[in-house]
Design a protein around this ligand. Structure first.
Ligand SMILES: [Zn+2]
Length: 264
């Protein structure tokens, strides 16, 4: 049986937590053996820790301040985050990033939060999960003038162009594909993935968000809620898109996941 790893999701979201009793067995049944669970602000970091303790062989905790949650309501979030990350050597950083798609983004607060988290990831050489919407030039500017983690960094639900991808590849990026981009109208993102080196590709659900088109949903939940076990159907869609065999893809994805998330 092929094994799969979800590089980015939010299992702590109440929409998933209320169904956890059926979600966990469904995940295991699909051969999914790792979930990188991303916190988004101090409000959900404790739930992420609890999940990693309840499912230590499955959940890898990741702590971050999401750009939609900036400026943070807690003044001490940087201290708290640093503490969590240093206390647990297996933890990752994120979800963090830059977003000019939301209404009235606070650019200064976003940049300050992102730079802080990028610097923490670089100093400790930890995996970092970056969210970027309509902010590619801004991201490249920051990356090119910052220290970057030796292991590289990950763009989650990557939705950029071939040109952006090529610049990011040179800087050491990994690109995580989500089922949402299997929609026909997302052909530009699909084309970008065909140009990304295969050893830089990861896969995720971003559950409970970023639902794939209907034919890639094997595990329906209530309206528009993405079930983490849909990951394998997304992998099948990605294999078709890249014109490679699904078993070959799953071994490649596992090797990439191990190199990026698990290497010391
Ligand atoms: Zn996310």
């Amino acid at each position: 049986m092929s094994l799969y790893q979800d590089a980015h999701l939010h299992l702590q979201d109440p929409r998933l937590m209320e169904n956890l009793g059926s979600i966990i067995p469904a995940i295991k049944d699909q051969g999914i053996n790792a979930l990188v669970v991303n916190g988004t602000s101090p409000d959900d970091w404790d739930s992420v820790t609890e999940l990693s303790k309840a499912y230590p062989d499955l959940v890898i905790p990741s702590y971050g301040l999401h750009p939609w949650k900036t400026p943070c309501t807690r003044d001490d979030w940087k201290t708290l985050l640093t503490q969590l990350i240093t206390d647990n050597p297996k933890s990752c950083i994120g979800e963090c990033g830059l977003d000019r798609w939301i209404r009235d983004p606070d650019r200064e607060a976003q940049q300050d939060a992102f730079k802080f988290q990028l610097d923490l990831a670089s100093r400790l050489n930890r995996p970092i999960s970056i969210h970027v919407l309509k902010a590619w030039g801004w991201l490249l500017e920051i990356l090119e003038s910052s220290n970057l983690p030796n292991r590289g960094f990950m763009l989650h639900s990557f939705g950029g162009s071939i040109e952006v991808a090529q610049q990011l590849v040179k800087l050491g990026a990994y690109f995580s594909f989500s089922g949402y981009f299997l929609q026909d109208r997302k052909f530009e993102v699909q084309e970008a993935f065909r140009h990304i080196p295969i050893d830089r590709i990861l896969i995720e659900t971003d559950a409970p968000d970023m639902l794939a088109p209907k034919k890639f949903i094997t595990h329906p939940l209530e309206e528009k809620t993405n079930h983490p076990a849909n990951l394998v159907a997304t992998a099948r869609g990605l294999a078709t898109l890249l014109a490679i065999d699904i078993d070959e893809l799953s071994s490649q994805l596992e090797a990439n996941f191990t190199r990026f998330f698990l290497a010391k």
